[in-house]
Design a protein around this ligand. Structure first.
Ligand code: AMP
Ligand code: GLY
Length: 424
């Protein structure tokens, strides 16, 4: 079969690397892919938001199956357009992708169907948002309604910060239309867990849990980023908590989407917080997480393509989704300065060979002739799978140490919180 994957990051490289193991796939394409993905798939110069371009390419090339990985094309209706053109897809339709595309939609869904989450108020004019801030006690969590590259959330510890966030979103339009409506919600506390789940709208099969490290600097300091590293499984996510999440969050969410006529098929990402009052939803994403995918898929023992077809065809209940009882760690190597200003164009030197169960997933790099050069903030993920988390963390850092490029930066404490939790 001919399969194309939409997207260009480390997540897409991890998906492509796993799909490459499937005996059912003859040719893999990446739209647009990147300089590292080019080693594993044929990269085609069609942007991830160019829906017409991807449909035209798929039809011309006779693509059998498409995996739409990023949020933007999903929210823009890539799956609807490709399926209408006769291309089978893994991923939700635009109407189901609203679960990520509009935070207000997601919060209203949870409220209506009794799914545990932070309490909240919605605002579409700045005056009432400011009045609310004046009348309530901090901390405030201010969120832009629409997609904002993971940057549309501000945790404000006082009224002045909250007011500034509201003003940046609604008045200065920092996130364009995404901030024309906002949410102010209750501040929750507790360990965070990411759970990616396959669902065909009837059955939910959660993948191994993971822990992201969102802040730029060690000890969770500095600015929020797309994610500086991950470990899996997440030690806070016990079997007991998993069972509670299945009953109170995962199944109710699938049922809620069905009852609104927005059946969700694909990978549904549950961003959870384990609060003193029980697990609550922080956010939904309509797609695989990045860099969660880089630790979750290397632990998947079943054939990814078989699962993706079953999700699309509605036969997930008959399909095995099995994970290795091991641990994985991904250390993201970024350009110094990310997520703000950084220089790119530096040559990347990779080890000749990686060891067993070690992977390098390229995110922000392009080919200059045969030389791989940095081209983005997050450049790559160094991943290792081992029997214990401690060994996986050690091996991932060891692998990162064998990779070099100008202005390389990584956090030194990926996995530290998880290891501490395991030692309790
Ligand atoms: P989001 O983009 O919604 O995942 O938010 C980014 C990060 O902000 C989350 O990973 C949490 O660490 C934090 N966050 C979001 N909402 C809340 C909340 N209601 N209470 C505490 N922290 C939150
Ligand atoms: N790692 C967080 C996300 O993919 O949204």
């Amino acid at each position: 079969m001919k399969v194309m994957v939409i997207g260009s990051g480390g997540r897409e490289h991890a998906i492509i690397s796993k799909l490459k193991q499937s005996p059912q796939i003859d040719t893999l394409y990446a739209l647009p892919g990147n300089g590292g993905i080019a080693r594993d798939a044929i990269c085609v110069n069609v942007g991830a938001k160019d829906i017409d371009g991807m449909v035209n390419f798929a039809v011309k090339e006779g693509i059998d199956f498409a995996v739409v990985a990023p949020d933007d094309p999903l929210v823009l209706g890539a799956v609807d357009a490709l399926e209408a053109a006769g291309v089978m897809c893994f991923g939700p339709t635009a109407s189901a992708a609203a679960i990520e595309g509009s935070k207000i939609f997601a919060k209203d869904l949870m409220k209506r169907f009794g799914i545990p989450t932070a309490s909240y108020e919605t605002f579409d004019d700045i005056d009432s948002a400011m009045t609310y801030i004046a009348a309530n006690e901090p901390p405030f969590v201010v969120k832009a309604d629409g997609l904002a590259l993971g940057k549309g959330v501000v945790i404000a510890s006082n009224r002045q910060e909250a007011g500034q966030a509201v003003s940046e979103m609604m008045l200065e339009r920092k996130f364009g239309d995404s901030g024309s409506r906002i949410i102010i919600e209750e501040f929750m506390t507790g360990p965070e867990v990411s759970v990616l789940a396959f669902t065909d709208g009837k059955t939910v099969k959660p993948m191994v849990s993971s822990m992201d490290h969102k802040r730029a600097l060690d000890n969770d300091m500095g600015l929020n980023t797309g994610g500086m590293g991950t470990v899996a499984p997440n030690p806070y996510y016990t079997e007991e908590i998993a069972a509670v999440c299945m009953d109170t969050i995962f199944i109710p969410t699938i049922n809620a989407m069905n009852s609104l006529g927005r059946t969700f098929k694909g990978c549904l990402y549950f961003g959870l917080m384990l609060t003193p009052k029980g697990p609550r939803v922080v956010e939904y994403n309509c797609r695989f997480g990045d860099p969660e995918t880089q630790v979750v898929l290397p632990l998947l023992e079943s054939d990814l393509f078989t699962i993706m077809r079953a999700v699309r065809d509605g036969t997930l209940n008959e399909t095995e989704v099995r994970f290795a009882d091991r641990s994985a760690c991904c250390v993201v190597m970024a350009s110094e300065g990310y997520p703000q200003k950084y220089e790119t164009g530096f040559e990347i030197t990779l080890p000749e060979k990686t060891g067993a169960d070690e992977y390098i997933y390229i995110a922000g790099a392009k080919l200059d002739g045969s030389t791989l050069r940095t081209s983005g903030g997050r450049v790559l993920g160094a991943v290792a799978v081992r029997d214990t988390l401690s060994d996986a963390v050690g091996a991932a850092y060891d692998l990162a140490g064998r990779i070099s490029f100008g202005n390389a930066y990584c956090r030194k404490d990926i996995g530290a919180v998880a290891l501490k939790a395991l030692a309790r």
